[in-house]
Design a protein around this ligand. Structure first.
Ligand code: ADP
Ligand code: MG
Length: 238
């Protein structure tokens, strides 16, 4: 049994089919990247997994349990979105501790865990700062710490690096990979960037126009594209 399963997931907005029958099986501890052009349905899939969108049909199962209709607040999922900003009026400590506090963790545990998380993202000593005192790259690392701090079942990241400049993107990308290795948290990472897609995950899902074109390890997808679209999109001809 896979850890996270999308079973023939479909989402329509009026006449528009945003996600057109996507099935994916993700193992516990995997880092899965979903890549595809803008508008192909990547965010809609992540929003369905978090419970921010209700699929038109199909099922989402976590550890075998159907969570398709489970309210978002009852899912134990960490989020890092491009525009899912930090709380501006909360300190870095309060931001990272947020999920722990919501779940009723005692103060001492919050302090210990926040310290551990900030160390992990190389931001020791940032507890009392406010988001506006931190750079864009630091803010996204704080967002990553916040998403992982409460020990979620899953972490979902939707283009978390696309507002950062190229150098920063490359360095945070390898940091993300290290953090995922260290924590072992199952991660689904969405991007439209081919380089990120090929370098980041254990598995790569390529999407086009609401459907899945190919799902395999990145090396295989790159070397043996199964469709013309995959070959063209990843810049290698069949
Ligand atoms: P991606 O993240 O790959 O860029 P999205 O999942 O955001 O793609 O969007 C897929 C398609 O669904 C797009 O055509 C988009 O315009 C449409 N869409 C997404 N959300 C909504 C919505 N709430 N209402 C109407 N159309 C939407
Ligand atoms: Mg998107």
């Amino acid at each position: 049994m896979a850890f996270l399963e999308l079973d023939n997931l479909r989402k329509e907005f009026g006449d528009l089919v945003a996600v057109d029958g996507v099935s994916l099986s993700i193992e516990e501890g995997q880092f899965v990247t979903i890549v595809g052009p803008s508008g192909c349905g990547k965010s809609t899939i992540l929003r369905s997994i978090t419970g921010l969108e209700t699929p038109s049909s199909g099922e989402i199962r976590l550890e075998g349990t159907d969570i398709t209709e489970l309210p978002a607040y009852r899912r134990n999922i960490g989020l890092v979105f491009q525009d899912y900003a930090l709380f501006p009026h909360k300190t870095v400590f309060e931001n990272v501790a947020f999920g722990l506090k919501m779940r009723g963790a005692p103060k001492a545990e919050q302090r210990e865990r926040v310290e551990e998380m900030l160390e992990m993202v190389n931001l020791e000593g940032y507890q009392e700062k406010y988001p506006e005192e931190c750079s864009g790259g630091e803010q996204q690392r704080i967002a990553v710490a916040r998403a992982i701090a409460f020990d979620p079942d899953l972490v979902l990241m939707d283009e978390p690096l696309s507002n950062l400049d190229k150098n920063l993107r490359t360095s945070i990308r390898s940091e993300l990979r290290r953090i995922q290795d260290e924590t072992g948290v199952t991660t689904v990472y969405v991007t439209h960037n081919q380089n990120e897609a090929l370098s980041l995950g254990d598995k790569l899902a390529v999407m086009n126009d609401g459907h899945l074109e190919q799902f395999d390890d990145p090396e295989t997808v790159y070397r043996n594209p199964q469709t013309r679209f995959v070959a063209d999109f990843l810049g290698r001809s069949t």
